[in-house]
Design a protein around this ligand. Structure first.
Ligand SMILES: Cc1ncc(COP(=O)(O)O)c(C=O)c1O
Length: 475
């Protein structure tokens, strides 16, 4: 039989994911089949999936979608009138008045694109936004992969390079491998709360030139997995850097709704770009990504996101829009996106409940992050930077030498071994820092803290038991 590698040699080079997810699935299956474990179930906090962790969906979103899926509910008086009116409007914009029809255009339905632009203009103090610059797809990873596919070119010294923070979102390294672009690492400054350092950007670029052709810089702000929030000054410097070096800015801004650090606020790259004047606003190529899988919506399973494409060559823009020509994004996720960017307003029937639910999520996130931060820094051999936003904490582990030796002997990274042992002994699945692009010298783990407080308590209690036992075993 022909193997995948024979068909596509590049597959061999693609970074293999760590085995933690399959280990978690295997243990869960063993428990279902009656195996005795010291815990009743596996708790997986390795990725930002709030509903999996037990967070509730936002009622307004689900009510509107329920009516769209089953229009008989338009007559259902127990549903608030604004829910039914919104669903009616959304259905009227669907072909044939049904979510079962194909999306009107392959880059997203025009009424959803329009709502997205209105959201962006409200967010960015009136900076203009145009529906033709909005491309909707099945999540921000899909939109990013469309862009990377388009940029991927050359081989060896001419291969497209993308400057990428270390640590970066854990799905990014393999996405880059798969699309054929070279990851050019720039190290974030841990002691500075994982801030971007301009000197480091210059160093990374200089080192990369001659090995590949850097064409873009990827930014995750607010940072995944770091929780860092960039301030206006930093954003200006990064934009200036991109402009001077001729790099496209790829700004992943999916956690813009979840900034909780004191005196911290989300400022979009687009807003700063336009505030920097015509010289930048009309020249620098910027693509900004947003998603339904955010902290507050948490609708990861609906698979929806958009990108806004600024200052791209019209031919490139056109190409990006046509890349989904044969497979338009699902209508239901587009409708959810419309509700996310156009939520109930003060005075509307559903506003109070909507605002309470959002506040509940934001409060839970902020309190959980603080609690986990204090807990982690209270453990010997762990130190953690405070998170200001997003859904992760990303502590550094100072592991015993014997454990590092054991990992070497087994041929695994030490952070992976730590996570494997934690999973086996206590049923908690964390993310290993090496998935976020970090090397052997740096041991970190990734913990999603957006979960009901009781679930997080359970995670921390099991983590505590395991960590102390480990230190006892390897004094
Ligand atoms: C940096 C980053 N990008 C993208 C996503 C979401 O991707 P998608 O919209 O494909 O679910 C997340 C959240 O999980 C993220 O942290």
């Amino acid at each position: 039989m022909t193997s995948v590698q024979q068909v596509n040699p590049r597959v061999r080079e693609i970074r293999a994911p760590t085995s933690l997810q399959s280990q978690a699935a295997r243990i869960t299956q063993q428990i279902t089949q009656g195996a005795k474990k010291p815990f009743k179930k596996v708790i997986n906090v390795s990725s930002g999936d709030p509903h999996r962790a037990g967070m509730a969906p936002i009622s307004f979103v689900r009510q509107v979608l329920a009516v769209c899926l089953y229009p008989e509910l338009l007559k259902e008086k127990s549903l608030p009138l604004d829910v039914r009116k919104r669903a009616q409007r959304l259905l009227e914009a669907c072909a044939g008045g049904s979510v079962g029809s194909y999306s009107i255009t392959s880059r997203g339905a025009p009424h959803v694109q329009k709502s997205v632009t209105e959201f962006i203009m409200r967010r960015d103090d009136g900076v203009s936004s145009h529906p033709e610059d909005i491309i909707i797809s099945t999540g921000s990873q899909k939109t990013l992969s469309l862009v990377l596919h388009l940029m991927a070119n050359g081989a060896g010294k001419t291969q497209t390079g993308v400057l990428t923070p270390v640590p970066c979102p854990h799905t990014l390294p393999s996405l880059m491998d798969m699309t054929g672009v070279k990851l050019v690492p720039y190290q974030l400054i841990e002691e500075g709360g994982w801030a971007v350092d301009l000197e480091e950007l210059h160093r990374a670029l200089k080192t990369a030139r001659g090995h590949c052709e850097p064409r873009a810089i990827y930014i995750s702000n607010p940072g995944n997995p770091t929780g860092h929030v960039q301030d206006r000054r930093t954003i200006e410097k990064v934009i200036h850097f991109a402009a001077t070096e001729g790099l496209v800015l790829l700004a992943e801004e999916v956690y813009q709704d979840s900034v909780f650090g004191q005196d911290k606020e989300f400022i979009s790259y687009k807003q700063v770009l336009f505030d920097m004047g015509k010289k930048y606003a009309e020249k620098v190529e910027l693509i900004s990504f947003h998603s339904l899988s955010t902290a507050c919506m948490g609708e990861c399973g609906l698979r929806g996101g958009y990108m806004e494409v600024i200052n791209m060559d019209p031919a490139v823009n056109n190409h990006l829009r046509n890349m989904q020509a044969t497979s338009s994004p699902p209508v239901l996720s587009q409708l959810a996106l419309e509700v996310m960017v156009n939520p109930p307003r003060p005075g509307e029937l559903s506003y109070k409940k909507y605002a309470q639910e959002i506040l509940h999520t934001q409060t839970t996130l902020a309190q959980n992050a603080q609690r986990a931060y204090e807990f982690l820094n209270g453990l010997p051999g762990i130190n953690c930077q405070p998170a200001m936003a997003g859904v992760f904490l990303y502590p550094r582990l100072h592991l015993p030498l014997q454990m590092i030796e054991e990992a070497k002997m087994l041929g695994v990274k030490a952070d992976v071994l730590y996570c494997q042992k934690l999973l086996e002994e206590e049923g908690v699945c964390l993310g290993a820092g090496c998935e976020n692009g970090q090397d052997d010298q740096n041991c970190h783990v990734r913990i999603c803290v957006l979960a009901p407080p009781a679930a997080l308590d359970e995670v921390l209690a099991r983590f505590h038991l395991f960590h102390l036992r480990l230190l006892h075993r390897f004094p």
